[in-house]
Design a protein around this ligand. Sequence first.
Ligand code: SAM
Length: 283
Amino acid sequence: MGQQKTDTSSISFTAHYTGQVWYRNGLSDQPFHTREGALYYTLLSPFEAIGGAIVGTNIRQSLLQRHHLIDHLIEQAITREGVTQVLEIACGLSPRGWRFSSRFPQLKYVEADLPDMARDKAALLREHGSLSERHKVVTCNILVDGDDSLEAVVAREFDTGKPLLVVTEGLVNYFDLDTISGFWKRLHAVLAQFPAGIYLTDNYPLLEDHPFRKLMKLMGNTLGAISRSNVRWHFSSDERMERHFRDLGFRAAKSHNPRDYYGRIAVPETRATPIARILEART
Ligand SMILES: C[S@@+](CC[C@H](N)C(=O)[O-])C[C@H]1O[C@@H](n2cnc3c(N)ncnc32)[C@H](O)[C@@H]1O
């Protein structure tokens, strides 16, 4: 994993912005609202408005596209394939665990994040009356070994006799490809212990001919500086992203483009080509 530091809590504040986007768009409830999130939301509003008007998409719409599409793919895995175990790593202030646990009583839904964020999320869910044995928040750092590692969390929480779905949203692009591939390799080994393993993550291929290539690079550099992390665009095409996951050992990998779901699910439609993709990889 090279020189990557394992304390990446400087990224955690970004969860307040995304949490506020989910809140303002009817995806969560009052306890998910934070003052910090509301402040970032107000500060970024002019830029979001300019982006929407000039570019034809903006960060908020891209966030909503990815969130709705991940929701849809999880829902399909539950209703069509009988998945009953979900691990959401880097959960932040996402309301997904709360929504899915309420909708699907057969589900075991474990949310995981770095210690401070996991503590705050557990308090939030407690306030919401949502914490239980089948919906909990645990500590997990994707970069470490030991008690807080992916391997330890999965061994403690899940039944290897049933399929497992793992999701990361808004996490992987804070790391360079080498570092995050180390996590993906470990994830593959973990998922291979289950009768079926599904991994869902957002990613943002920096397409060679993308009209906003320069803008995406600028946004990445800015976010990297603010969050003191290695924000990276990992792939130059959907095919390269899929191939990378097959090369890591996953049996199948598919990049889902929100545009292909317009009119079918609640994903917002943008004038510009969507920048977000949801990668679905299977063992
Ligand atoms: C942009 S937020 C995304 C939160 C949530 N998934 C969402 O989409 O609203 C990034 C999250 O990654 C978490 N995070 C940062 N480094 C991490 C690590 N090494 N292991 C696990 N989670 C990490 C942060 O604490 C934060 O909650």
